[in-house]
Every structure is written in structure tokens, then in C-alpha cells.
Design a protein around this ligand. Structure first.
Ligand code: UD1
Ligand code: MG
Length: 480
């Protein structure tokens, strides 16, 4: 069994609904983040906030997305373009930013008249695809549907003024009177509407309000006036509409996201020692009977095969780990662009470091303070303590002693070390690359090997031991 956890669940495509165009508002500055990075590019689980929104849209099966940029538009567009994948992203610039209504007005020429429009915010990352689908279903191609939520502390949000099932108005906090401010149902900032109607309502917006802005929320009044039903889809989870305005909120949503990922993993059988102490910043695929101890971080794409056990405080990025392998505490694995592959039944760590291009075969042992980079180790090879294997090919059953290294870099170029099967490298050896150690040869401890060795030979390359009898150690001079 394989599972994919990226924080969103798969849904069937929206074949039964009219085509959907998404508008993602991403022009705001985000002053309260106190950061030079635009708010929608702040990272949640290593992905920009707006990237999460795009992921959700992709899961929903929608392809057309109009992104409204403004503050640092070029930077936002450059960062989002590579995340488009199969989405058709169009950018429109809103300059200056005169409010959410003005943002959608800017996008309006790009919207197909016969489509349904889904308006999202680039700084609201945890909305579920299923919730957006429910909102689109509610709008049924003709109504104005609003996503709302009950908040015990609704200060700052637009309030939902109802008449039974229908919504009559959204009143922004700053424009609301005391009785309206007592309303706890708030507008979550997400709506669905028929495009042609929406365009018409947008053209009627004014900025006669407390903030002097063109409010998107005023479309409700026009829909009511035009006899169009305005319905609310109330969701139970305030996190789904939670925006990010400050570092504190960003950290809260990060934990909420990580908890969702942890629950999904456990539902599929992964055994987490503590779901509150796990961080998945990318995609984690796990087979059955995987165990993960506390404080582990997974980045990029990580694949864990059946029965893999990960000890506490490990960081694994862009790697695949074979069945039954044990990764012990404090191990750092980073495959980066080249990847790291670890075979079945291996033992890695504690305190091991595997870098890009490390390829370890079955039953390989890599112990504490051992670094492996761009090196292939065949079945049963072992480097158990304090060693460096870089740009190397290592044969089966090789034993690489404590403190030994491949000297792969001459100050200008990298060179390869080949260690054939059954070689025994003693402790504290320097293998000066390029060099080849013949099958079954033995390297005496403390040797600096600069020449190839012949199969089956013992090779010692160090100063001979000299013994001086009756040696008198220097004596400390007496102070005057
Ligand atoms: C908005 C809603 C409010 C709702 C709240 C939910 C309006 C008028 N009010 O208020 O009813 O309760 O969201 O979070 O819509 N943006 C632009 N261009 C602009 C202004 C904003 O692109 O000119 C973007 C922002 O970057 C952000 C989103 O629109 O992504 C929402 O804007 P924000 O200023 O956060 O609206 P709120 O005042 O929170
Ligand atoms: Mg807001």
C-alpha cells in the first residue's frame, strides 16, 4: 500500500458543474507580517501560502485561475508561475489596491460569462477542496453562495445579516452597528457566483463606506436587489477560512496543517510516537508498518518502504528508504536534486549524514559521524564510525575503518575512489583519489594511500615505528 500525504485529499472532477473560473486575490501587502516577503509568499510547510490555495484548486479539478497581484507583483508572479503545473494561471495587476471588490473587478475581463466564479484569497491556505465543492454545489450555477463560519470572537470580520435561510447583507466590522457587531456568523472571504451576474454587480460597487474601499461583500446587496438567492455554506472548522496576517497566525496554521497531515498518516496505519511532533514539508509516501519517532522533519519527496523505522530527531529530504531499514536518532539525509537511495535492511545512524547521490545497497551500515556523498555502497558494506566517503564506489562487504576518508578533492577537481569487494580499510586512513583498492586488499591503519592496491595484498603506507630505549622526558624548569 502506498499513500500520499500533502495535506489535501483527492476528489473526483467537477464534470457535473458548469466550468469554474477561480479568482485568487493576492495583491495585499500584509503589513502585520513585518517582512519584506509579500504575505502570499510566506511559507507554510515550505510552500508559499498562495501555493496551498493553488494545490486545493488543482484537487478540485479546476484549471482556470486568475491571480490578482499588486504589492510586489513581479515577485509574486515569478514565485507562483513554477507552481502552476497543469493549472492555466493568468496574472492581472491591481494598482493601486482599492479593496477586495476592486481586486475582483480587475480580474473580471478574464472571466468567462458562462462560468461560475470562485473567489479565493491567497493568504487563506487551509480551505478543503470538499468545502469549496460544497459551496459550488450550493450555488448550483445560479445563486450567490458564501462561505461562513461561527466565531465566538468575530471582531474585524464581515458579519452575515440573515433573513432565515437567505443572507441579506454582509456588513464589514468597521461599518457595523452594535447589534450587527453582536452577530457571530462571519463571512470567510470565499464566495461562488455566476460570472455574468457577478460582473454586473461589480460594476455597481462604490466606496462609500468606513474604509473608503470597494468592498466585494457589497455584491450581496445587489444580488438581493436583483432577486438572486444568497445562500451561506457554514463550515464547522474556522481553520478553513483562517487567513494569515501575522507571524503568530502563520505558526498556528503551520501546526494545524501538520496535525492534519499526521492524522492522515495515522489513518493509513503509520505509527507516529506523537502526532504533535512531526513536520512534513512536501510529500511523504509510506508503505505499511512504518514507525516514526518524535521530532522528525520530512522535506521534498520522501518514500518510506514497508517496515521502515525512523528514530527521534531525524531530518529526511528527497530520499527513498528500503524495506525494513532502521534510521536511528539524529540522522540527516538530504538528497537535494540527485536524491538519496537506501536499500533494504540497512542501519543508518545515529548521527549519520547522507548527502546527494548516496546510494546504499541492502544491509549497508552507516554509523555515527559518517558522511556519504555521491557514493555507491554495495550490499553489506559498513562504515560504522567517523568517516567520509565522497565520490566513491564501494564493493560488497567492504569494511571502512573509523576516522578514514576518501580525499576526493585536490583543491580544484573532484576524483573518484574505487574500493572493490571485501577490502578492509583500517582506522585513520586517507585514500587520495583517484585511486583503486583491489578486491580483498587490506589497508593498514594510519596509511595514506596514493597508489592503486593489488587484490589480496596488505598495504601499509605510514612512518615506521621507532623505539628509543631509556627515553628521558623533558623536565619543567624551576621558576626563579
Ligand atoms: C475580507 C472581507 C470580510 C471577511 C474577511 C475574511 C471584504 C470587504 N471584507 O476582509 O468580510 O470577513 O475578508 O477574512 O472583502 N486584496 C487584494 N486587493 C485589495 C484588497 C485586498 O488583492 O485591494 C486581497 C488581500 O491580499 C487578501 C484578500 O484580498 O488576500 C482579503 O483582503 P483583506 O484586506 O484581508 O480583507 P479583510 O479586511 O480581512
Ligand atoms: Mg483579511
Amino acid at each position: 500500500m502506498s499513500l500520499n500525504v500533502s495535506g489535501v485529499q483527492s476528489l473526483p472532477s467537477l464534470a457535473k458543474l458548469p466550468s469554474v473560473d477561480v479568482v485568487m486575490m493576492a495583491a495585499g501587502k500584509g503589513t502585520r507580517m513585518k517582512s519584506s516577503l509579500p504575505k502570499v509568499l510566506q511559507k507554510l510547510a515550505h510552500l508559499p501560502l498562495a501555493g496551498h490555495v493553488l494545490e486545493t484548486v488543482r484537487t478540485l479539478g479546476v484549471r482556470e485561475v486568475v491571480v490578482v497581484t499588486g504589492h510586489e507583483a513581479a515577485q509574486v508572479e515569478a514565485a507562483l508561475m513554477p507552481l502552476a503545473g497543469d493549472l492555466a494561471l493568468q496574472f492581472v495587476r491591481q494598482e493601486p489596491q482599492l479593496g477586495t471588490g476592486h481586486a475582483v473587478q480587475t480580474a473580471a475581463p478574464q472571466l468567462n460569462d458562462d462560468a461560475m466564479v470562485l473567489v479565493l484569497s491567497g493568504d487563506v491556505p487551509l480551505t478543503r477542496a470538499a468545502t469549496l465543492q460544497a459551496l459550488l454545489d450550493l450555488s448550483a450555477g445560479q445563486h450567490l453562495a458564501l462561505l461562513t463560519v461561527q466565531l465566538p470572537e468575530p471582531t474585524g470580520y464581515g458579519r452575515i445579516v440573515r433573513d432565515g435561510e437567505s443572507v441579506c447583507e454582509i456588513v464589514e466590522h468597521k461599518d457595523a452597528n452594535a447589534s450587527q457587531r453582536a452577530i457571530q456568523e462571519i463571512y470567510g472571504g470565499i464566495l461562488a457566483a455566476p460570472a455574468a451576474r457577478l460582473k454586473q454587480w461589480l460594476s455597481r460597487l462604490t466606496n462609500q463606506n468606513a474604509q473608503g474601499e470597494y468592498y466585494l461583500t457589497d455584491v450581496v446587496k445587489f444580488a438581493v436587489a436583483d432577486g438572486v438567492k444568497v445562500l451561506a455554506h457554514q463550515c464547522d472548522d474556522p481553520l478553513e477560512v483562517a487567513g494569515v496576517n501575522s507571524p503568530v497566525q502563520l505558526a498556528e496554521l503551520e501546526r494545524a496543517y501538520q496535525y492534519r497531515v499526521a492524522l492522515q498518516l495515522m489513518e493509513r496505519g503509520v505509527r507516529l510516537k506523537d502526532p504533535a511532533r512531526l513536520d512534513v514539508r512536501g510529500r511523504l509516501d509510506c508503505a505499511t508498518d512504518v514507525e516514526i519517532d518524535v521530532n522528525c522533519v520530512f522535506e521534498g519527496h520522501v518514500q518510506l518502504s514497508e517496515g521502515v523505522r525512523i528514530g527521534p530527531n531525524c531530518v529526511l529530504a528527497n530520499c527513498s528508504i528500503g524495506p525494513g531499514t532502521v534510521i536511528q536518532a539524529f540522522t540527516h539525509i538530504d538528497g537535494d536534486m540527485l536524491g538519496v537511495r537506501v536499500g533494504a535492511g540497512a542501519r543508518i545512524g545515529p548521527f549519520a549524514r547522507l548527502r546527494p547521490g548516496a546510494e546504499l545497497g541492502e544491509d549497508v551500515h552507516i554509523g555515527n559521524f559518517v558522511e556519504v556523498k555521491n557514493a555507491r555502497l554495495a550490499k553489506g558494506a559498513k562504515a560504522n564510525h567517523l568517516a567520509y566517503l565522497g565520490d566513491a564506489i564501494v564493493g560488497e562487504r567492504v569494511n571502512f575503518g573509523a576516522g578514514s576518508i576518501t580525499a576526493n578533492y585536490d583543491g580544484a577537481n573532484k576524483h573518484q575512489t574505487v574500493i572493490e569487494a571485501d577490502v578492509h580499510v583500517g582506522s585513520n586512513c586517507v585514500l587520495v583519489a583517484p585511486v583503486r583498492l583491489g578486491a580483498g586488499s587490506t589497508i593498514g591503519g594510519g596509511s595514506t594511500i596514493t597508489k592503486d592496491t593489488v587484490a589480496g595484498t596488505l598495504n601499509v603506507a605510514r612512518g615506521k615505528q621507532v623505539s628509543v630505549a631509556n627515553w628521558k622526558r623533558p623536565v619543567k624548569k624551576a621558576k626563579n
